[in-house]
Design a protein around this ligand. Sequence first.
Ligand code: ADP
Length: 142
Amino acid sequence: MYKSILVPVDILEEGLTSSAISHAVFLAKLSNATVRLCHVLPISSAIINSYAMGYAELKDRASVKAEEELKKLIAGIDLPEDQLSYSIAFGSPRDEIVSMADEVDADLIVIASRRPNITTHLLGSNASGIVRYAKSSVLVVR
Ligand code: ADP
């Protein structure tokens, strides 16, 4: 049924990430779908201006850390290597995730609903933005 599943992960939120990933992997196994993990580094011009280093250097440093985390997650996933990939983007998580879904022709996006320690809402702002703007189906894992 699904051919290309995109799993945007907030690498700082381990519990959330692992439940979204296990749902994605379960579904991927049913139809030999590919799973792409992605993380968006929300680097804004305000942050860049507050650092002495340039934009390129800041991006490099941030993406090395993100790449390490994504590789760790990939290593723990029980799927053939050719069905797994990851990518890193910079900017607005919602916009980057929506355009990444187009790029990989995702027919499903799997996300977690929100950070568990935030009790004021049931759907986080990134999660709700993805649900509203993505063209594909979105599975919100709670
Ligand atoms: P909250 O506002 O409670 O933190 P979010 O809407 O930001 O909730 O997070 C819900 C889900 O959105 C995450 O589990 C993840 O799937 C996705 N997400 C949030 N931030 C990012 C990010 N920077 N990169 C990739 N995915 C993200």
